[in-house]
Design a protein around this ligand. Structure first.
Ligand code: IVH
Length: 686
């Protein structure tokens, strides 16, 4: 009995450990993908390292639970599909990390233990913050360049590599001294000065800027068009030899680096050969001071046992060499003060607080703004205007406020509250309970939301103004002809101005004006949908039209009445209510009606025999498209969903219905063929 209990307790804790490992593996995999494949880091290196260490610690404690796909078992990243994959003849491994002198001393101790009575010298290098690549030379000629990829397999980037200015295409030794095969490893990156220039140019052209030099380098190397790579200020620094045939007679790392230099490769600007781990620490302290003056970004140092003979003796431990480690810099933080906290309004109306800081230099850049995300974050940090804060930044992510120094808070510090009015249009700001984000309710009127509002308003399923595409909208905003959606209906008064738009002749202007005129005759549910009320999609708009029958009734409905509409939950009801109570929205709606937008007066309330039921349409119907079938079902009150579940009332199955039909049959959900469907519609609609 007792032992049974024990073993089941053991089982459940094993499961818990495995679950915890799975969770960490999944999080790390997600961030690895963001970092290596998308070049869009989603967390800081320091956070990544922390999670990685957590997983490693668990695995050390429970080695029997180590999972095959754990990132501790392989190097991160995977090859992108667009380049040819190349398997590395010698895997491109990564390095273990140390973060402080104690950990560094343990690294040294492990080496001393394995090499008793041997003198160990360390080769100390900069840890360049770029991308590892491998270059193949045959008889001195560059033949191939490959990215690290996942360490086993990389991408063939030979074309791009040839455009990197300091990569020798031909090595500079006399021919008889050149190896038949030489594989050189090193880092490609964009030096700081080149990076700033690149981003300045991108900004001027209105293009996306890069978060940091590493991403800029990664993005450049992965360009399929080598002309783009050629236009980027990439540079390569060699740090190792993976293969050499016939074998060279070098006996140390430092000698290898020297030889590479004589062959024509560039080596990082600093490098040391030292006799003790204390000296390594001195180099580290020195380089931390010098870091801002270096021409390239570094994220630490790499310490390597200098003697190649000793390296061989030490060997590898799974993914890492025992003879080398990275000594990483801590994430950087700096103190500054909060001058103000402002609210920015996004294109969809979200209000985001942004702290304006006294400019401070941290992690290689000057930071003067930092997002505080939402009001909840302001409360969590308890950050006030006038506060002293720690701003934290690693090379790769946006800076953030990490800590508020309460002890430095001046008496004059001001608490920041969510504004009650939108800073752009003064409409009420709303935030339903349970939601993290506050929004401006002036969707139709707010200048910050203008483009989105117009796009939505003219869409096919809304007012269906054919031809008023993004290009038109941008030109019209530029000419200051559109302040809000109601101005669309005065465009005909600006005929001459419209003709000044590039490539818009008499005919296209007339077509646009005709399309606008035609859109005035619409249906109530389309109009409601076109208003772009948060939470009100097409189906809900139909439900509202059916429930309230007139726009007036809808606009004056109270929360309780709104909630009675099928499909409208508590939060959506609040959004609708707030929308129709924002004064500016009411003005715009009135202007739209004054312009002549109209719809057929409601006949007797439409019957809604399928009220609230969930229906699915699948396969091809001979008599109508799936859109039409959907609309007709919606008009009868049904919700039309894309997937079958036990809650589905009925599936309409046309020709070639596939898995949805199978699923309906499996779940015992009712199924209708096209004839039965038409008969039902006839019965209800007729
Ligand atoms: S040696 C087996 N030297 O750091 C040892 N790597 O985490 C292979 N790196 O992917 C690496 N500077 O991209 C070495 N001076 C340097 C380096 C360096 C940067 C990068 C390299 C590698 C990563 C290891």
């Amino acid at each position: 009995m007792r032992s049974d209990q024990n073993s089941s307790a053991q089982n459940s804790s094993d499961q818990e450990i495995a679950l915890q490992m799975r969770q960490l593996i999944q999080i790390l995999a997600k961030h690895n993908h963001a970092y290596y494949v998308m070049d869009q880091p989603s967390i800081s290196d320091a956070e990544y390292d922390q999670l990685f260490h957590q997983l490693k610690a668990l695995e050390q404690q429970y080695p029997e639970s180590i999972q095959n796909d754990s990132p501790t078992q392989k190097v991160g990243g995977e090859a992108l599909k667009k380049f040819q994959s190349i398997k590395h003849a010698v895997p491109m491994l990564s390095l273990g990390n140390v973060f402080n002198f104690d950990e560094l001393k343990s690294f040294d101790q492990r080496i001393q233990d394995r090499l008793p009575n041997q003198k160990v010298q360390y080769d100390v290098e900069l840890k360049l913050d770029g991308l590892a690549i491998s270059l193949w030379y045959k008889n001195g000629q560059l033949v191939q360049g490959v990215t690290r990829g996942d360490g086993e397999t990389g991408e063939d980037i030979s074309q791009n590599v040839r455009t990197v200015r300091n990569i020798p295409l031909q090595l500079t030794h006399s021919k008889d001294e050149l190896p038949e095969l030489l594989e050189v490893r090193g880092e490609v990156l964009i030096p700081k000065s080149g990076f700033e220039k690149l981003n300045r140019e991108a900004e001027q052209k209105g293009e996306k800027t890069f978060a940091n030099p590493r991403n800029a380098a990664a993005g450049s190397l992965r360009q399929l068009d080598p002309k783009i790579a050629a236009s980027r200020p990439l540079a390569f620094y060699a740090y190792g030899i993976a293969q050499c045939e016939p074998h060279h007679d070098l006996d140390s790392m430092s000698a290898s680096l020297h030889w590479l230099k004589t062959l024509g490769f560039e080596i990082a600007e600093r490098q040391w050969l030292v006799d003790s781990i204390e000296d390594v620490e001195n180099c580290y302290q020195e380089i931390m001071q010098e870091r801002p003056n270096l021409s390239v970004e570094i994220d630490g140092m790499v310490i390597k046992v200098d003697s190649l003979q000793q390296q061989k003796q030490l060997g590898f431990l799974s993914r890492e060499p025992r003879w080398a480690t990275a000594y990483k810099f801590p994430a950087q933080a700096a103190l500054t003060t909060v001058d103000n906290i402002e609210w920015q309004v996004g294109r969809t109306g979200t209000l985001t607080p942004v702290a304006r800081l006294k400019p401070v230099f941290v992690g290689g850049v000057t930071v003067s703004n930092v997002t505080l995300h939402n009001i909840g974050e302001i409360h969590r940090l308890d950050v006030r205007v006038g506060d002293t804060v720690s701003v934290y930044r690693t090379g790769d992510v946006i800076p953030k406020v990490e800590k508020v120094w309460q002890e430095f808070r001046p008496d004059t510090a001001q608490v920041v509250e969510l504004p009650s009015q939108c800073p752009v249009c003064e409409s009420p700001v709303v935030m339903p309970e349970g939601e993290a984000l506050a929004r401006c309710s002036g969707g139709l009127y707010c200048a910050a939301q203008r483009i989105e509002a117009i796009r939505h308003f003219v869409a096919r399923k809304a007012m269906d103004i054919e031809g008023l595409g993004d290009r038109w909208v941008e030109s019209l905003l530029h000419l200051e002809l559109l302040d809000n959606v109601a101005d669309i209906y005065s465009l005909h008064l600006h005929h001459e101005k419209l003709l000044t738009i590039d490539k818009m002749g008499e005919k296209s202007v007339q077509n646009l004006i005709d399309a606008i005129e035609q859109s005035k005759e619409t249906e109530l549910h389309r109009f409601i949908y076109a208003l772009g009320i948060r939470g009100v999609g097409e189906t809900t708009a139909r439900m509202l039209a059916n429930q309230f029958q007139t726009l007036d009734a809808l606009m004056s409905a109270d929360l309780e009445q709104l909630k009675k509409t099928p499909d409208v939950g508590d939060i959506t009801a609040e959004w609708i209510f707030d929308f129709f109570h924002a004064e500016h929205n009411i003005e715009v709606i009135q202007a739209l009606l004054d312009a002549g937008i109209h719809w057929a007066a409601p006949q007797a309330p439409t019957r809604q025999p399928l009220n609230g039921e969930s229906w699915v349409v699948t396969g091809t119907l001979a008599s109508m498209g799936r859109d039409e079938a959907t609309q007709r079902l919606q008009a009868l009150g049904a919700r039309v969903s894309g997937s079958v579940s036990s809650k589905t009332k009925c599936v309409v199955a046309g020709e070639k219905a596939g898995s949805k039909l199978d699923k309906a049959e499996k779940l015992g959900v009712a199924v209708m063929n096209e004839d039965q469907f038409l008969q039902m519609l006839g019965g209800f609609e007729g």
